[in-house]
Design a protein around this ligand. Sequence first.
Ligand SMILES: NC(=O)c1ccc[n+]([C@@H]2O[C@H](COP(=O)([O-])OP(=O)(O)OC[C@H]3O[C@@H](n4cnc5c(N)ncnc54)[C@H](OP(=O)(O)O)[C@@H]3O)[C@@H](O)[C@H]2O)c1
Length: 342
Amino acid sequence: MCVVLQGMESCTVSALSCFIAFCLLVCLIGFIFADADFTLLWASLTGQRPERKLKGLVVWITGASSGIGEELAYQLAKCGSRLILSARREDELHRVKRHCLETSELKDEDILVLPLDLLERRSHETKTKTVIGYFGHIDILINNGGRSQRSLFLETSVDVCQALMELNFFGTVSLTKQVLPHMTQRGRGSIVTVSSLFGLTAAPLATGASASKHALQGFFNSLRTELTDYPKILISTVCPGPVQSQIAKNAFTAEINKPPPTVGHLKRMPTDRCVRLMLVGISNGVKEMWISQQPMLLLYYTWQYAPTFAWSVSDRLGRKWVQNFKAGRDADSANLTKPKTS
Ligand SMILES: NC(=O)c1ccc[n+]([C@@H]2O[C@H](COP(=O)([O-])OP(=O)(O)OC[C@H]3O[C@@H](n4cnc5c(N)ncnc54)[C@H](OP(=O)(O)O)[C@@H]3O)[C@@H](O)[C@H]2O)c1
């Protein structure tokens, strides 16, 4: 009897071990092909569909004239959201609006083109009043407008660091300051801010840009804790890795107004996939979204769960990036190619 029981016990243990090994294998394979953190991917498999959740909502997008913001406009229009499109280039915003109208059921009056310079903070109150006057309220503000950087700190003017903080951090904070009181009055709304992988990790050749995104992370994480009396207000940050857009072309360099020498060819995630994941995250109340293909996705997890190891990996990567940059390789492909020795 005892021998039979022991046999059954060892059978159960080995079945359980096989099951655990199988689950781990599935997770590993899933991780190799993942392009976002597990919470976000789980939401995309089992959560609310953006088409249902975002229909009819009023969404204000900054940086809507190109890249991620432009694609946000297209996908939100297809979801039936009413839009406010903001950036500096009005003609580009009208182009985006025309495309939205051609590819969705929205009517002309459902999309407001509202030119806005994030650096002109004094205008943000009036712009917000214009939006409230037009639509009556704002359901979602997507703080997306911003720029990056490609230069070594040792060669970079402090003016560039200041310009990055003014645009990416203070511009975003200023608009949030105007919009948030309307949301607290209504008791609901979402403020979604496009940060970056570099808002969480180290970023050689982008010290100022990385600092501005870290500042956003700290700001919005802290703001969220101040709003616990408003459970229906979502404060969310989006941390994309490399995504196809005009970001490299528009990056700051060592001096203000000096354009980047070349545009690189780093493998970048398609913009539509990044935006789809963002909309899934917004629809499901995800507070922080990590969106990137491998191998960058691994960096988020390493940085979060094994920082000491992440620092040593980042040091090695950083050395390679700096060597390549100094050797005149283009900024992006320098990330994943071998250092130039000659
Ligand atoms: N693409 C990536 O790999 C990546 C990765 C991580 C994070 N991000 C973040 O994603 C966001 C969108 O960038 P993107 O990749 O879509 O780059 P992008 O194609 O260069 O778009 C940037 C947008 O920001 C707007 N903008 C720039 N300066 C502005 C100002 N002073 N006032 C108002 N709007 C301004 C631009 O419009 P105007 O020039 O017309 O004003 C443009 O619409 C940025 O915050 C960026 O940091 C991008």
